[in-house]
Design a protein around this ligand. Structure first.
Ligand SMILES: C[S@@+](CC[C@H](N)C(=O)[O-])C[C@H]1O[C@@H](n2cnc3c(N)ncnc32)[C@H](O)[C@@H]1O
Length: 242
């Protein structure tokens, strides 16, 4: 198939429910200084990493993701923003990729790579220097999940927001701040995901893949509107690693 899988994220700034304003707040909360290293595990096209490094002259960024299209997009953005000398993006599996313990590590929406939240917290503990910070973006149940949500996400085993914080505490982190995606951030995220496909369908009504793309986007919208909307939450935890 051509454009939809490749450009299915074209209308998204971040591949998580995140507004510009909240991204700015999260970056400010990292208290980055010149010379600090920021490593983003599962960076996607590294929008948050690029903004973080752009925020602090002298900060250095490393990102890793296994999605070639996303890494290519991130590298082009780093170049276009004059950040290529301070940001490197690697195409690799996070679980086998090695970097020095960072001043700041980021893992947003990538916990499945480590088998879930606990695995991510454990892996990141070794990847953040003592005294450093982890920015974790992870899912939780805002409300008890209904049958459709369980059908879609059941096996992922999310807990409540309090459970998520307890997991971080149990792994030895201390919470510095906590914020969650708003309904507007969720709706923008899901709408844009769908709109990339709807716009492609408008441009390619007779494409041999059109029926399949329509099926995928309809199923996704149904899962969102009749399933996890208002049930699935997404938290951004800024965690000190003592
Ligand atoms: C929901 S996206 C979030 C991307 C980015 N953190 C953001 O917020 O925009 C999850 C990302 O994790 C990446 N990912 C998942 N498993 C991975 C693995 N084992 N190694 C590298 N990247 C992985 C995916 O390719 C995807 O880009």
């Amino acid at each position: 198939m051509t454009d939809p899988p490749q450009n299915g994220h074209a209308l998204l700034d971040f591949n998580s429910p995140l507004s510009d304003a909240k991204a700015h707040d999260l970056i400010s909360g990292l208290r980055l200084r010149s010379g600090d290293s920021v490593v983003d595990y599962g960076c996607g096209w590294a929008e948050l990493l690029l903004r973080a490094v752009g925020h602090v002259p002298g900060a250095r960024g490393l990102g890793v993701d296994s999605d070639e299209h996303a890494v290519t997009r991130g590298r082009a953005n780093a170049e276009a923003r004059g950040l290529a000398s301070r940001v490197a993006l690697d195409l690799a599996d996070v679980t086998t990729w090695a970097a020095e313990p960072a001043d700041v590590a980021i893992s947003i929406g990538a916990s499945h790579a480590w088998g879930g939240t606990e695995g991510t917290l454990e892996a990141m503990h070794a990847r953040v220097r003592p005294g450093g910070v982890l920015l974790l973006g992870d899912a939780f149940w805002e409300r008890p999940p209904g049958p459709r949500s369980l059908e879609i996400f059941g096996e992922e085993g999310f807990g409540t927001l309090a459970d998520l914080v307890d997991l971080a505490l149990a792994r030895g982190y201390r919470p510095l701040s906590l914020t969650t995606a708003t309904a507007d951030e969720w709706d923008a995220f899901e709408s844009r995901w769908c709109a990339a496909r709807e716009l492609w369908l408008l441009d390619h009504p007779d494409h041999p893949d059109a029926d399949e793309v329509r099926r995928v986007v309809d199923e996704h919208r149904d899962g969102w509107l009749k399933g996890y909307r208002g049930e699935l939450g997404f938290a951004y935890l800024t965690l000190a690693r003592p």
